[in-house]
Design a protein around this ligand. Structure first.
Ligand code: UN1
Length: 497
């Protein structure tokens, strides 16, 4: 297979890195080089920011409904290219075709949703204190925004950021995950073909240093980051020191709670796909099963059988359920947690090792039993197909275990008891709560994000997703023709008019 040559997209042109340096993108199922991409440095980031600054002058003045129309066009082109984009994504980061199609679909949904914002971007009016005076609050654009995104949702996650940023009138410099430059360029091409003016969206591929330069660049006022907690906190610290606005979407340690009265078959299906789908490499993946004692033996038996029945392999093949991990580093990390589990005295019910295949970063779906609250495998994000099972006696204990981690993205409860469901809604302290559904599958019209170490209080998607990329401007229009200073003037003016 030919190695694709990826370029940066700066000011409407496809260009090499000024340094001439590149890095390789590897197909994780075959370990073959898929693409070679620019290893962008400071000069490349500076050029992209400059292009974005120049384009901002007219983009912010382009009527929002017109900006929205370009987003609708983006949605249409994405729909036309869905299959090609999904295949390229599977080749580059490994998840199965059904999942990469879903990834592209999220961007299509978001493009229609945010395209519609072109005719909303709702502000509000409120009464003001003086007569002959009018007040309103508008969502204003901010300027150049910097996006740093991961490889696991290489189209969906960037779409949650760039689509609201663009419809609100900002211009964008995007640094995608190091493992996914080719799909990122293909996604960028969609915006070019949809007629987005030059410089409004700029792509610079590269590594950590590229992202750092973007974070520090004085021309970038807003940063939106999705990725690991350690990198996210570095971005936060750096950006805070420079007075920038930041949105962070970081780790998760999501749990499914299964109560004794749960629908067992439904729970087994949901747990399997939330834990092992996308090879466990979702920030929303289920990595803990918190199960009540009564149902545990039957549930665990069914889960072990189900995990063993999953077919590992190249995500392009229809028969495959679980693709590879993204790279060697991920494989090493997940393998490392097998040693941690051993040290913690945990029982491996199934999996626990690299899959027996010649090529590719495959790891067997793994179930850990006898996990206690507070153990490392119960607390730390592994980001692989590994599920830790914690047994509890009651709903109260289950909720307590759920809430006792450093992260707070998603949680779920399986119960047929409406009272238990509502208590869970009230007491689970995560940004997303599911009832009788796995922890994955968030829809783009609702806020997405988490509490505690998952984020910094911001949300993506839905109306809340606009908050990262807009600033409120409060406007007062005084049509009294005089200087109105205090309430005391009110009676006088009313008397005269
Ligand atoms: C992520 O893992 O970074 O809710 C995003 C979900 C998907 C998005 C996950 N819609 O699982």
């Amino acid at each position: 297979m030919m190695v694709e040559s990826v370029k940066n997209f700066v000011g409407g042109s496809w260009v090499e890195a000024k340094s001439g340096e590149t890095f390789d993108s590897i197909n994780p199922a075959t370990e073959a080089v898929l693409a070679r991409a620019p290893l962008s440095g400071g000069e490349d980031v500076a050029a992209a920011v400059q292009a974005a600054q120049a384009a901002y002058k007219s983009w912010r003045l382009t009527p929002a409904p017109r900006r929205g129309e370009i987003l609708f066009k983006v949605a249409q082109i994405l729909a036309e290219r869905k299959e090609d984009l999904a295949r390229l994504m599977t080749l580059e980061m490994g998840k199965i075709l059904a999942e990469t199609r879903g990834d592209v679909q999220e961007a299509i949904d978001m493009a229609y949703y945010m395209g519609g914002e072109g005719r909303r971007l709702l502000g509000y009016t409120a009464p003001v204190e003086m007569p002959n005076k009018f007040g309103m609050a508008l969502r204003d654009s901010v300027g150049v925004v910097g996006l740093i995104t991961p490889w696991n949702f290489p189209v969906a996650v960037p779409s949650w950021k760039m689509l609201p940023a663009l419809v609100a009138g900002n211009t964008v410099v995007w640094k995608p995950g190091e493992d996914t430059p080719a799909i990122s360029a293909a996604f960028t091409k969609v915006f070019e073909d949809a007629g987005l003016p030059a410089g409004v969206l700029n792509l610079v591929t590269g590594a950590g240093q590229t992202g750092e330069t973007l974070v520090s660049h004085p021309g970038v006022r807003v940063l939106s980051f999705t990725g690991s907690t350690s990198t996210g906190l570095k971005v936060y610290t750096k950006a805070a020191g420079l007075g920038k606005k930041v949105t962070l979407e970081m780790g998760g340690k999501n749990a499914i709670l299964v109560m004794d009265d749960a629908n067992l078959d439904l729970a087994v299906e949901a747990i399997t796909w939330s834990a092992f789908g996308t090879t466990g490499q979702r920030c929303t993946a289920t990595s803990r099963l918190i199960v009540q004692s009564g149902i545990k033996p039957r549930l665990v038996e069914a889960l072990v059988a189900k995990a063993r029945s999953l077919t590992l392999g190249d995500g392009l093949e229809d028969s495959v359920d679980v693709g590879p991990l993204v790279n060697q580093k991920a494989l090493d990390k997940v393998s490392g947690y097998m040693d941690v589990a051993r040290q913690e005295g945990i029982r491996v019910l199934t999996g626990g090792r690299r899959a027996d295949r010649e090529k590719g970063y495959f790891f067997e779906p793994t179930l850990f039993d006898g996990v206690q609250q507070g153990m490392r495998v119960e607390q730390e994000e592994i980001f692989g197909p590994v599920l830790s099972i914690v047994e509890v006696a009651s709903l109260e204990e289950a909720i307590d275990v759920n809430n006792s981690v450093a992260y707070g993205l998603s949680s779920s409860i399986f119960t047929e008891n409406v009272n238990a469901a509502f208590r869970a809604i009230r007491d689970l302290t995560t940004g997303i709560v599911y009832i009788n559904h796995g922890t994955t599958g968030a829809e783009i019209q609702f806020p997405f994000g988490g509490t505690r170490g998952t984020g910094n209080g911001m949300r993506e998607a839905g109306q809340a997703g606009l908050d990262s990329f807009t600033e409120w401007k409060s406007v007062y229009v005084d049509f009294s023709g005089r200087l109105q200073r205090a309430q005391i003037d009110t009676d006088k003016i009313l008397g005269e008019s």
